[in-house]
Design a protein around this ligand. Structure first.
Ligand SMILES: Cc1cc2nc3c(=O)[nH]c(=O)nc-3n(C[C@H](O)[C@H](O)[C@H](O)COP(=O)(O)OP(=O)(O)OC[C@H]3O[C@@H](n4cnc5c(N)ncnc54)[C@H](O)[C@@H]3O)c2cc1C
Length: 226
C-alpha cells in the first residue's frame, strides 16, 4: 500500500497509524530488492517542500529531501559535510538519495552520519506533538522514532574533516570517521556508531569482522583515521 502525503503532519499521522511503515524519500534503500528497511505501507513524502538549502543567521538549513548531489554542490555547506556526500560514488545514487533518508537509516557504513554527528548540528522533526528541534545525535540515538525529519541546521562556520576507508570507492565503507570543533564521530561497518569529545570514543563500539574487513583491521583504522 502506498499513501502520498500532502503535508508533514499527514505523513507522521500515517506513520503512527501503520506499525509496519516507512517514508519514501529517494527510495534508493526501501525500493531495493531484499532491503531490510522495506515495510507493508509506504508513505510517499516526495511532494513535501523539504529540499531547500538556505542560510540565515550563520546557519545553513538543509531540507531532509535535499539529495546528496545538492549537498555536494552547495558552497554554503561546510566542506567536510559536502565531502561526506561525495563518498556516494555513483552520480545516479547521489541524485536520488536524500540526506534525511541516509541519516534516518543509521547505517554503520553511512555516507553522512559521521560528518553530521561530528558537526553537532540540530534537526527539526515533525512528530505527533508538532515540530521539535533537537540535537541530531538525540534523534540518531532513538531508532524507534517515527517522526519525520524536516531539516538539518548546521553552523556555516563549522570546520572539520571526514575520512572513509573502503576497498573501492563504490564499495561499502569499513570505517568512516569525522572530526569537527572538538567532536569526533565514527561509523564502523557491521558494528556501530560512536561520537563525542573523546579521541578514543571508537573504543565504545564492539567492533566485529564483516565483509569489509576484520575487527582488528577496523580497530586500527578507527584509531588512526583522525
Ligand atoms: C547500490 C547501493 C549502494 C548503497 N551503499 C550505501 C552505502 O555505502 N552507505 C550508505 O549510507 N547508504 C548506502 N545505500 C543506501 C541508500 O542509498 C542511502 O542510505 C540513501 O541515502 C537513503 O536515502 P533515500 O532518500 O533513498 O531513503 P529511502 O530509501 O527513501 O528511505 C530510507 C529510510 O529512511 C527513512 N526516511 C527517509 N526520509 C526520512 C525523513 N525525512 N525522516 C525520517 N525518516 C526518513 C525511511 O522511513 C526509510 O526507513 C546504498 C544503496 C544502493 C542502492
Amino acid at each position: 500500500m502506498i499513501y502520498r502525503a500532502s503535508t508533514a503532519e499527514e505523513a507522521v499521522k500515517l506513520r503512527h497509524e501503520n506499525p509496519s511503515s516507512v517514508y519514501l524519500a529517494g527510495g534508493t534503500e526501501i525500493m531495493r530488492l531484499g532491503s531490510s528497511a522495506a515495510a507493508d505501507v509506504i508513505i510517499d513524502i516526495t511532494a513535501l517542500p523539504l529540499s531547500d538549502i538556505e542560510t540565515a543567521d550563520g546557519k545553513v538549513s538543509i531540507g531532509a529531501l535535499a539529495v546528496l548531489q545538492d549537498i555536494k554542490e552547495a558552497e554554503v555547506i561546510p566542506s567536510f559535510i559536502r565531502d561526506a556526500a561525495s563518498f556516494c560514488a555513483s552520480l545516479q545514487l547521489r541524485n536520488a538519495a536524500t540526506v534525511g533518508g541516509n541519516f534516518a537509516l543509521r547505517r554503520t557504513d553511512s555516507y553522512m552520519a559521521a560528518a553530521l554527528l561530528a558537526s553537532e548540528c540540530e534537526v527539526e522533526i515533525m512528530c505527533s506533538e508538532g515540530v521539535k528541534k533537537m540535537a541530531a545525535s538525540a534523534y540518531f540515538d532513538k531508532p524507534e522514532c517515527r517522526g519525520l525529519l524536516l531539516r538539518f541546521i548546521v553552523d556555516t562556520k563549522r570546520e572539520g574533516r571526514v575520512k572513509r576507508i573502503s576497498r573501492a570507492s563504490h564499495m561499502h565503507a569499513a570505517v568512516t570517521a569525522a572530526f569537527s570543533g572538538g567532536c569526533y564521530a565514527w561509523s564502523v561497518s557491521g558494528s556501530g556508531t560512536a561520537y563525542g569529545h573523546s579521541r578514543d570514543g571508537w573504543k565504545n563500539i564492539d567492533i566485529k569482522d564483516d565483509l569489509t574487513g576484520s575487527a582488528e583491521y577496523k580497530r586500527y583504522l578507527a584509531s588512526v583515521l583522525l
